[in-house]
Design a protein around this ligand. Structure first.
Ligand SMILES: NC(=O)C1=CN([C@@H]2O[C@H](COP(=O)(O)OP(=O)(O)OC[C@H]3O[C@@H](n4cnc5c(N)ncnc54)[C@H](OP(=O)(O)O)[C@@H]3O)[C@@H](O)[C@H]2O)C=CC1
Ligand SMILES: O=C1O[C@H](COP(=O)(O)O)[C@@H](O)[C@H](O)[C@H]1O
Length: 601
């Protein structure tokens, strides 16, 4: 096994099973924080990852006799998309003494992390990223030595950035003590640098400022860039950040927000451009739905409960429905949205990712590459989507209860004759042994009657059901349905047939209900909290690998092209309605009834 350089100078006396020795690990051990070690990337940068106490189950760690902490080693080759994983304890030679070494006993955690939010003046940064970072800080999940920088063209002082950020920070859990104090402490660690996205000079200035904070705290300086900017400037920003503001001795990672292109070609071109400056394992493509609690729980539900996995196939499942709806329109984002539409905005990423997690085979392990390998297999097994299996819609203005709601094209940033779908429904199929013939129906829309995201699994009819006569005439209504409600009011419930109490024999449908807020006192973290923390920890499980992205675009690009070339007219639906009726005809053609419509949805 290859010996890696020690992540810190210091003092383990002999060659032994690799351990983060007591001086670097002391404070972390006290707080029960395991570390993981991932070897150097092609730039020879140390890739020592922080593990916070907030993710205690990863990775396995053991306390050595000398009080040191040894972790399971995850060794990777350089091309992480085809990564070979080896686990074990690593043997290292004793590190050499270095006169410039900082005494980690004094300093505690030997690494720093600077998080730079590029596009800090924007909507997403204010709404999601800064609040997520504050929540992590509040929960003591961030590394000890962290600094946050906002970067954008807007002119702002540090104080003005802090003021802007403070307006969107809340204490997630009401009545928590010291919230104001914590906010002040957090804001003191936020700074701002104004610069252009395509200026190496400006990024060099940023680099200088980052160094000032890194020198203060320790030797290994890790850097995370969160690109919260429009995609047409991704490459400029990455070029400048990687050339002028990469970490000299730690890792440099970049989080990207979608859209990752708008079809196969543009996505591949974007990936090629990014890879001029970054390795795949430095690229963290966010799909924030993967950070949602119930989406993460999908694998737990399937693989740790004996009762579900045996039913998880064409043999018992009649259809699967993936439903996303919002009760508001594109308010304020029409300019962006019109270029993409609902299929690219929601289906090609969020719903397809959920589908892949739902349908994949059991991964070899919970390691990121094993999970992502299985997801790619599902995506590659999918049948091309036929244009007849897609229904598109667009919302129009509507007045209800004396209040007027605007139509999509009433937005000034949307062309009057836009055909961009704000609603779509589609039938997808996975041509593999497990799922052959099972319709996976997707439905996504804006300006509908409610806000929800859920997975509905409709099981087959009970063969030779003794109780058919007692269930009424609708056999479909009497089948079991498992609902995983991602939001709002996270829940998992199973519809079962039950005898109505009494002397007669009448059946009704009842729910076995796991409602999260009734079961768990702890507030559910926002998806961005989990994802940002994962990026800091180098955990890639919930980020999209480039071959997954390619497979997702290969599936949707042909049908999107056909819809656009044929100028398919969307079915118009009133703002606040349940969407186009065409979605029901589509479902009916595949012998499906949408589960979210009806008396006992
Ligand atoms: N907002 C949301 O809810 C979501 C956003 N996203 C994605 O996240 C990223 C950021 O989103 P959001 O914050 O809404 O974006 P914004 O449009 O608010 O842009 C962010 C910042 O980028 C700079 N900017 C905007 N347009 C340009 C331009 N044409 N040229 C150069 N700089 C520009 C501005 O900063 P300045 O002028 O100060 O430089 C702006 O404050 C995007 O990729 C978006 O698609 C993904 C999911 C949801
Ligand atoms: O990615 C996106 O997601 C949001 C919905 O996210 P949620 O976490 O609030 O459900 C959607 O509004 C937006 O159009 C899309 O780009």
């Amino acid at each position: 096994m290859t010996a890696l350089p020690s992540p810190n100078h210091c003092c383990s006396s002999s060659s032994s099973a690799y351990s983060l020795n007591s001086s670097i690990g002391f404070r972390q051990i006290q707080r029960n924080i395991p570390f993981s070690l991932i070897p150097q990337n092609k730039f020879g940068l140390k890739n020592v990852s922080f593990r916070s106490k907030c993710t205690p189950s990863l990775p396995d760690a053991v306390l050595m006799q000398d009080g040191a902490l040894a972790t399971k080693l995850v060794a990777t080759d350089e091309a992480s998309s085809t990564k070979e994983l080896k686990e074990g304890l690593l043997t290292v030679n004793p590190p050499e003494e270095d006169e410039n070494t900082v005494d980690s006993d004094v300093k505690g955690d030997d690494s720093t992390v600077c998080i730079t939010i590029v596009g800090a003046s924007g909507d997403l940064a204010k709404k999601k990223i800064f609040p997520a970072l504050f929540a992590l800080y509040y929960e003591d999940c961030l590394p000890e030595h962290f600094t946050i920088f906002g970067y954008a063209r807007s002119k702002m002082t540090d104080a003005e950035l802090r003021d802007m950020v403070s307006r969107t920070l809340t204490c997630r859990i009401d009545k928590r003590e010291n919230c104001g104090e914590k906010m002040d402490q957090f804001l003191k660690r936020c700074f701002y640098h104004s610069g252009n996205y395509d200026s190496e000079e400006n990024f060099t200035q940023l680099d200088g400022k980052l160094k000032e904070h890194e020198i203060l705290a320790g030797r290994i300086s890790n850097r995370l860039f969160y690109l919260s900017i429009p995609p047409n400037i991704f490459v400029d920003a990455v070029k400048c950040a990687s050339r002028s503001a990469s970490s000299a001795n730690g890792w440099t990672r970049v989080i990207f927000e979608k859209p990752f292109g708008r079809d196969s070609d543009s996505s591949a071109a974007l990936t090629r451009s990014l890879k001029q400056y970054l390795e795949e394992d430095q690229i963290f493509r966010i799909d924030h739905y993967l950070g949602k609690e119930l989406v993460e729980n999908l694998s737990v539900l399937r693989f740790s409960n004996l009762i579900f996995e045996p039913l998880w196939s064409r043999k018992y499942i009649r259809n699967v429905q993936l439903i996303f709806s919002e009760d508001f329109g594109t308010e304020g984002r029409g300019g962006y949205f019109d270029h993409y539409g609902i299929i690219r905005d929601i289906m090609q990423n969020h719903l397809l990712q959920i589908l892949a997690l739902f349908a994949m085979e059991t991964p070899v392990s919970l390691d990121a590459e094993d999970i992502r390998n299985e997801k790619v297999k599902v995506l590659r097994s999918m049948r091309p989507i036929h244009v007849d299996d897609v229904v598109v819609g667009q919302y129009k203005g509507h007045t209800r209860g004396g209040q007027s709601y605007p139509g999509y094209t009433d937005d000034k940033t949307v062309p009057e004759d836009s055909l961009t779908p704000t609603f779509a429904a589609a039938a997808l199929f996975i041509d593999n042994a497990r799922w052959d013939g099972v319709p996976f129906l997707m439905k996504a829309g804006k300006a509908l009657h409610d806000r929800r995201a859920e997975i509905r699994v409709q099981f087959r009819h009970v063969p030779g059901n003794l109780y058919n006569r007692n269930s009424g005439t609708d056999a479909d209504r009497a089948t079991n349905e498992l609902v995983i409600r991602v939001q709002p009011d996270e829940a998992i419930y199973l519809k079962i047939n039950n005898k109505v109490p009494g002397l007669g024999m009448r059946l009704d449908r009842s729910n076995l209900n796991l409602l999260y807020k009734a079961r768990y006192a702890k507030e559910i973290p926002d998806a961005y909290e989990r994802l940002v923390l994962d990026a800091i920890e180098g955990e890639r499980r919930l980020f999209i690998r480039s071959d997954e992205l390619d497979a997702a675009w290969s599936l949707f690009t042909p049908v999107l092209k056909e819809i656009e070339e044929k100028k398919v007219i969307p079915e118009y639906y009133p703002y606040g309605s349940r969407g186009p009726v065409g979605a029901h005809y589509l479902a009916a053609r595949h012998n499906v009834k949408w589960g979210d419509v009806g008396v006992d949805e």
